[in-house]
Design a protein around this ligand. Sequence first.
Ligand code: GLC
Length: 628
Amino acid sequence: MHALQPRHSCGCGHTAIATQGSSAIGHWNWKRSRVRYEFRKKVYGVVRLRHCIARASSTASGSSSGSEEDHPLPAPDGEAIAGKRKKEGSDLTLVVSVGENLRPGHVYVRHGGAVAPLTVGEIRKAALADKQSFSKRESPLEHEAWELLRSAMVYYCGTPVGTIAANDPTDGHPLNYDQVFIRDFIPSAIAFLLKGETDIVRNFLLHTLQLQSWEKTVDCYNPGQGLMPASFKVRTVPLEGDPANGTEEVLDPDFGEAAIGRVAPVDSGLWWIILLRAYGKSTGDYTLQERVDVQTGMKMILKLCLADGFDMFPTLLVTDGSCMIDRRMGIHGHPLEIQALFYSALRCAREMLISEDSALDLIRTLTSRLSALSFHIREYYWVDMGKLNEIYRYKTEEYSHEAVNKFNIYPDHLSPWLVDWIPNKGGYLVGNLQPAHMDFRFFSLGNLWAIVSSLATPEQAEGILDLIEARWVDFVGNMPMKICYPALQGEEWRIITGSDPKNTPWSYHNGGSWPTLLWQLTVACIKMGRPEMAERAIEVAEKRISRDRWPEYYDTRAARFVGKQARLYQTWSIAGYLVAKMLLDKPDAVKILTCEEDLALLEAMSCSLDANPRIKRKRKLKSTRIIV
Ligand code: GLC
């Protein structure tokens, strides 16, 4: 009889074990499956064990030195676990208690009279139990998406480090779509994290960290040290420049010095921080974020973003095209997308920075920037029916500390389309705010990420979703989701985009529809307890996304056509769909991305407003909103 006794943990997925009654010493490799069973109100999971034996070892220490081979399981004289125990080759499926983290000590095999942690006999399929604990079977569409996502994986020295932007075998001119884009990899990374395949994410975080301090120049000018690249490529180069010496692989980053328009990707570093936190929360492996090089990398990004300049506002000042919209689209200055990612990254960094003496100043700066930033956006970027009516009646040229129309917005600047379009219920954060200029366009990523990060108040977050629901045809139409609304047309398009033939009205960045935005929509909807909205959007996407070969974007007002120059098999369209599906299946997992309202930040802002004698309070502070 073989009584199996876990001896010693060798780390995740590996349990050194001695099979008593035999001379064989080996270990069990174990893999968790996503199937769940309920038994006496407790949830159990399934583990597949593969017994590996160390041939060379003869000690009973449980160590597995020497070469390994799969070894047939010791003769199973144990009772089958309610028919759920399966033996396939050398694999044995066991039912184990689902704890926080599966540890070797939780795994027991029932052998004859040997002790087992669960009694068998009454296990029933978990479909009846708590929906959140279980994952549904993969649909054919999800299966296809996984296949495509895996085929987009990029390897560096044999290990996966990212996914390429698009993987269309018929595309002879991929431009830079054969690179790993930082922003594009985020939904891939989340999909892999949710699937439990975390190595690729860890590798990506560490390799891009090395690229951060790369020597970078644009015509003799060196951009800031903390800058993260927009993308990178794995290149094979001759060793010491001579092919006769063989070849090696190198990572070749692009910081914008080769990108169209030569724009620095401000969002890359912000996404990197957001992903670092998601990795920690998802895997429970906080050692990565605690590493000295990782802490330093994070500080470098923060220093670059928090550096003093000529700014009068707490928002981050950037050039046009510094984010997902990486072409001229009139989003220079203080665009919402950057502000939402900035706020989110600061919140994530504050959680992860080790508060040792050398970081205290940075943490203080960061905290006060967070309060000022959220106040500024909540107060000045928000528009709804009431606020628009206020703007409509604005007085201008007010010179005083008490000015109502602080940015000197002229009422005639109020866009005519907005007057009829804004619903009675709901509102949104405008695209940009500068002196005498409010960009009234709705930008989806900025608004959705303001919900996810709690940059928007809970009421505003509800309002944004109300607006999307009320204007469903404009935002979702035949494919979720419009990147911005409405499109620039005519003279405006000519002046603002510089007559960009790629950004014609209702195409690409100018009112095109991007399937990847589905994942951000889903995170926002789940956070606000409205998953059915995301489900509706996914259903729309499912009707055609695979048939259309997973395009990058769609054109026309209602997203009826595949984008004129859209890449096919665009990885973040595929990954965005998968993340949306997986999150609906496991809604609790959105917590790896979301931040909740932080009352201490509000309190800090309220105190500094009170302390400023030049500021007169008009209204009382509500729990979630400060108004001066
Ligand atoms: C386009 C998009 C950009 C994306 C890149 C790779 O340039 O505008 O957001 O990162 O393609 O997919």
